[in-house]
Write a protein that binds this ligand. Structure first.
Ligand code: ADP
Length: 395
């Protein structure tokens, strides 16, 4: 077990800056996921930690040791990659023990470590199987066991589940969490899949264009995204974004207004802002009785319905919009809403929706930085605080 620290890591390939001034402080035993779109610099960051590539600038520590220029074998790390490279002519035992045999560990020690690793990945009883006799998931478990026997202080995994089918991927997510809980090893995990990042990690490091955008527990990234990039990347389907300006009484847009006191949020009149709201935080008016902090009513027309089983995704047109641009959710004039599947909706139906004001986000349209999460009217917030305090006194 060990902590990992990246200080001002930059990696340039000629003109391309793959990683740009990355700072990460990973605690001993933590499960951290580096997530972001393809080409954002996740793998390069991982490779600098592994020692497979040297950073152009910056320093890396594993535990108390500076390892910036050490070869991979001296860093106390183990890696598992997307492409599972087992030796096809060796059985599970030989595959798992290969590195230990190479390092001339004695037979008893090897047997003990292989047994323990096989048990951890639940492959006991299969030690004499050949790779060709195993499923993709089993082969990936062997690859993990082979890394485990080395008792690494830090486990690096680069898209290890990417080649598995969807069902197995979900299953292996749970397995990896269990293995992490059992071993308490530091895990640094790379994926482009935000769902994988959200479900497994203690903290998620969201990366874009080689730069760290936010590093926080999954639900903080979800509920309090630091900027428009994180807001759009984390969560599926993505957050609705509506362009507008700050008016005298709050948010003004072509399609609707949301009242709040600009001074209480620290914005001033005329500022260009983007309002963000997730599909599940928008309610049809006739289903919003229980909502304590509803926005004003917004007129909309149903354009496209996607029944998902557990919910219906309804694409609504706002104002005079006549067509939804499904490929461009930020085009304006449209809202994606998650609706209770029992509610009968029809294409072309006109209805009203309200937003849960506690779940509305405000971003600076120019810099993309978050300004405020939750736009509860100040009088309402004060009333809540008072009733909250009364409730506490009653106890
Ligand atoms: P990710 O893992 O997020 O998909 P990478 O770290 O692989 O992204 O790549 C980040 C950027 O660096 C990309 O623009 C990629 O083309 C570039 N890059 C990565 N490795 C090399 C290399 N060996 N030579 C040149 N450019 C590279």
């Amino acid at each position: 077990m060990a902590s990992v620290k990246l200080e001002h890591i930059t990696k340039r390939y000629g003109e391309v800056t793959a990683v740009d001034d990355m700072n990460l402080d990973i605690t001993d035993g933590e499960f951290i996921t580096l997530v972001g779109p393809s080409g954002c610099g996740k793998s390069t960051t991982m490779e600098t930690i592994a020692g497979l590539t040297l950073p152009t600038e910056g320093t890396i520590y594993i535990g108390d040791r500076e390892v910036t220029n050490l070869p991979p074998k001296d860093r106390g790390i183990a890696m598992v990659f997307q492409n599972i490279a087992l030796f096809p002519h060796m059985d599970v035992y030989d595959n798992i023990s290969f590195g230990l045999r190479l390092r001339k560990y004695d037979k008893e020690e090897i047997d003990e470590r292989v047994d323990r690793a096989a048990e951890t990945v639940q492959m006991q009883g299969m030690l004499d199987r050949m790779p060709s006799e195993m499923s993709g998931g089993q082969r990936q478990r062997v690859a993990i066991a082979r890394a485990l026997v080395r008792k690494p202080a830090v486990f690096l995994m680069d898209e290890p589940l990417a080649n598995l089918d969807a069902k197995l991927r979900v299953h292996m997510r749970t397995e990896l969490q269990r293995i992490h809980d059992d071993l308490e090893t530091t895990v640094i995990y790379v994926t482009h899949d935000q769902e994988e990042a959200m479900t497994m990690s203690d903290r998620v490091a969201v990366i874009d264009g080689g730069e760290l955008q936010q590093i926080d527990p999954p639900l903080i990234c979800y509920n309090e995204p630091a900027n428009l990039f994180v807001a759009g990347f984390i969560g599926s389907p993505g957050m609705n974004m509506i362009q507008g300006t700050v008016g005298q009484n709050g948010f003004d847009s072509e399609y609707f207004d949301i009242e709040f006191d600009p001074a209480s949020v620290g914005v001033s009149r005329g500022e260009e802002v983007t309002l963000g709201v997730r599909p599940e935080d928008i309610y049809l008016l006739d289903r919003a009785e229980a909502l304590s902090h509803a926005s004003g009513e917004i007129e909309a027309t149903v354009d496209v319905l996607e029944p998902m089983g557990s919910e219906i995704l309804a694409y609504l047109m706002l104002g005079d919009s006549t067509e939804i641009d499904l490929d461009n959710p930020d085009a304006g004039g449209q809202l994606l809403v998650s609706v209770d599947p029992e509610r009968d909706l029809e294409t072309g139906e006109e209805l009203q929706v309200v937003l849960d004001r506690r779940k509305v986000h405000l971003f600076d349209a120019e810099t993309g930085e978050a300004i405020q999460h939750g736009l509860v009217e100040s009088t309402q917030a004060e009333a809540d605080a008072v009733s909250g305090a009364e409730a506490e006194t009653d106890d």
